[in-house]
Design a protein around this ligand. Structure first.
Ligand code: ZN
Length: 335
């Protein structure tokens, strides 16, 4: 996903004019939005465990630097499969929704973030040909304004300066991930407008919206090559061989990496948080097949695409990425 495509060069996307001037949406008090400390970040996710596999080390680092971080989890993950054989037992299957909440609480404490479920029901990942219909009442079938309302309310209450979410592809094509992208963009755009979602609190304008670019080719190539260099068996060969098929899919938008956050010192915390989701993660599986020390050496950052920004900051792209998601905000916020 680090390969630039025609849709990907949007360092200051929807809110910037061609000459780079800031365009602040009508009614937004930018001075107020950027002067109220401490720094705050909101990560919007579809299911419990997503926060630990995408951007977890970034959150762990920012929390320990004094940033307030809130994870909003749209669904309870009720229809997730049990992906760890050791946990695939009848009593776990029978209590999965409760167990996934307990796992989320553990991961939350390990990362040091706050977390809030927004109350929707997992849509499940449809499989088969043709795909079966989505279950009645699930998150992905909600009208956009219904699905976005709790998030708009959360944005107005928590007042994030920075929001993180999935790209248009959802990161991978799970209907809840694609819906999470849609509601995040809706909340970013609507939360500052007093006429929209009027019963959801006082308006608030987040200043930047980022997409996770967590599983991109350049990163896997670097990890693969480092493992071979060290004489270790690489788990990435198969994945890289399949990559050319995905890259040539014209339906799939590509988002360049505009932002790389150094967070290698927090990879162990990320892994502990991921392991807390014991029903979803096999401790002997793919996630843990590359030693942390190798990851730290080969690719010590988590990566993002700046999708929307209404702050004045230097232009960034894949050749000159920023290293701080609060760039252009940090200096304006009184902490
Ligand atoms: Zn998910």
């Amino acid at each position: 996903m680090s390969t630039a495509g025609p849709d990907s060069v949007v360092p200051h996307a929807a809110c910037a004019t061609p000459n780079g001037a800031q365009v602040v949406p009508d009614g937004v008090d930018l001075a107020a939005a950027s002067s109220a400390g401490p720094l705050r970040m909101m990560a919007v996710h579809a299911h419990p465990d997503d926060e630990s596999s995408k951007g977890a080390a970034t959150m762990a680092r920012y929390v320990r630097e004094g940033v307030e971080v809130l994870v909003c989890t749209l669904t309870g993950g009720e229809r997730g499969d049990i992906l760890n054989k050791a946990m695939d037992r009848p009593e776990v299957q029978a209590n999965l929704p409760r167990i996934r909440r307990d796992e989320m609480a553990k991961a939350r404490d390990i990362l040091g973030v706050r977390q809030q479920f927004l109350g929707f029901v997992d849509s499940g990942l449809p499989e088969g040909d043709p795909l079966p219909p989505l279950p009645d009442g699930c998150f992905a079938l909600q009208p956009l304004d219904v699905a976005a309302k709790p998030l708009v309310k959360a944005v107005r209450e928590f007042k994030p300066h920075v929001m993180l979410t999935y790209d248009d592809n959802g990161g991978y094509p799970h209907p809840d991930h694609i819906m999470t992208h849609r509601v995040s963009v809706e909340a970013f755009e609507a939360a500052a407008d007093p006429e929209r979602y009027p019963d959801c609190g006082d308006p608030w304008q987040p200043l930047k919206l980022y997409y996770f670019v967590s599983f991109h080719r350049a990163r896997f190539v670097a990890l693969h090559e480092k493992m071979l260099e060290l004489g270790l068996e690489s788990p990435y060969a198969e994945r890289l061989a399949e990559w050319s098929d995905r890259a040539s899919d014209p339906e799939r938008k590509v988002f360049e990496v505009t932002s790389r956050v150094p967070c290698g010192d927090y990879f162990e915390i990320r892994d502990q948080a991921l392991l807390a989701h014991a029903t979803q993660v096999d401790p002997n599986g793919f996630w843990f097949s590359c030693p942390v020390s190798v990851q730290r050496e080969a690719w010590p950052t988590e990566d993002y695409h700046l999708a929307r920004s209404i702050v004045d900051a230097p232009a960034i792209d894949a050749d000159s990425p920023e290293d701080d998601l609060f760039a252009g905000i940090r200096e304006k916020v009184r902490c």
